[in-house]
Design a binder for this molecule. Structure first.
Ligand code: FE2
Length: 333
């Protein structure tokens, strides 16, 4: 019996009709152009349950805006922020999912400074909601640049940490009864990077989840912890004809180890990520894993594969259930 196999924290894939009902409740119809896409929710499967449970936290997950001084990026981030700020049910927080700037890894100091200035100016001028940040690979300064001095105090992650007032590149917080863990996926590896937590961070994650065992928990990372679409990011993944080759830069190379940490802690309900610019939801061991597309789409040239530019609205409920919706904000060429 399939129904008996559904875990209590099971992911629920809804039809568009149900999703439209939900969005009508949220007052979104008309304000947002909705996608014929999946809507994800956890734990409660019945419509009336969703309507009666208490929505204690709404997070607008803005991932991968890739802002630069030239081009349309600042204009469209402004539009997306204004869209989120004007929702009838205002989000409690904008959570930037990483890759806030176009690219810091291969550029000079002055180029990095110009990108961050444009990003911060845009957020300051077009957003009045509280903001939190997760670090992306493109937010790191100088790793792959001949113009960056590795002895500079701001080299690597120090620049982004300073700019965002982060003592450490990973952290956690409590908001309205939910615990929110923000991981740092970006691990330097063989002339590039992979998604990975170092020993210190994974020990911290284990201890942090144990210390908040009574709270429903959302985990966010830039690179997906668990993903099927990670294999679809490049057309090269399956070209040997017999195996999928999913890059550790597209899905955490230590995803199995992180899964094992989550098995030890029953409080993790949902993991959200960016980086691959694709909209996806899956479920494993009763935990939802959602990839929230991207604000920039194909870096502002339109859709990335089938996913248009947008952001995710993540509704978190008092009973630990959740809902993840992808919303477009009016991007056009
Ligand atoms: Fe990225």
């Amino acid at each position: 019996m399939v129904s008996e196999l559904l875990p209590i924290r099971g992911l629920h894939l809804e039809s568009n009709t149900t999703r439209r009902d939900l969005l009508k409740r949220a007052g979104l119809l008309g304000a947002a152009s909705l996608l014929p896409s999946i809507s994800l929710g956890g734990r409660h499967h019945h419509h009336h349950d969703r309507l009666s449970r208490r929505n204690v936290l709404r997070i607008a997950h803005f991932t991968d805006p890739h802002i630069s001084p030239e081009g349309p990026s600042a204009k469209w981030l402004a539009k997306a922020l204004e869209h989120a700020n004007s929702l009838p049910q205002r989000p409690n927080m904008i959570l930037f999912g990483g890759d806030m700037v176009l690219d810091g890894t291969s550029v000079s100091k002055s180029r990095m400074a110009a990108q961050w200035k444009t990003f911060h100016d845009t957020v300051r001028d077009h957003n009045s909601l509280p903001v939190n940040y997760c670090i992306g690979n493109h937010d790191v300064w100088g790793w792959f640049s001949r113009d960056a001095d590795s002895l500079d105090r701001q080299y690597g992650k120090q620049w982004v940490q300073d700019g965002l007032s982060l003592n450490k590149p990973y952290y956690s917080m409590d908001r309205n009864g939910w615990h929110i863990v923000v991981l740092d996926s970006i691990h330097r590896h063989k002339g590039g990077y992979v998604g990975k937590l170092d020993e210190e961070q994974i020990a911290w994650l284990d201890a942090d989840l144990a210390a908040h065992a009574s709270m429903p928990t959302l985990v966010t990372s830039h690179i997906p912890l668990m993903s099927a679409c990670a294999g679809l990011v490049t057309p090269r993944s399956e070209t040997d004809g017999s195996h999928w080759h999913v890059s550790g830069a597209h899905m955490h190379i230590d995803g199995r180890r992180i899964k094992d940490v989550f098995v030890r802690h029953s409080n993790v309900n949902l993991c959200i990520s960016g980086h691959v610019h694709l909209l996806e939801g899956l479920q494993y061991n009763g935990i939802g894993y959602a990839s929230s597309g991207s604000v920039s789409g194909n870096w502002w040239k339109g859709n990335f594969q089938e996913t248009p530019p947008g952001y995710a609205l993540v509704d978190l409920f008092e009973d630990g259930s959740w809902h993840h919706d992808y919303v477009t904000y009016g991007w056009s060429a």
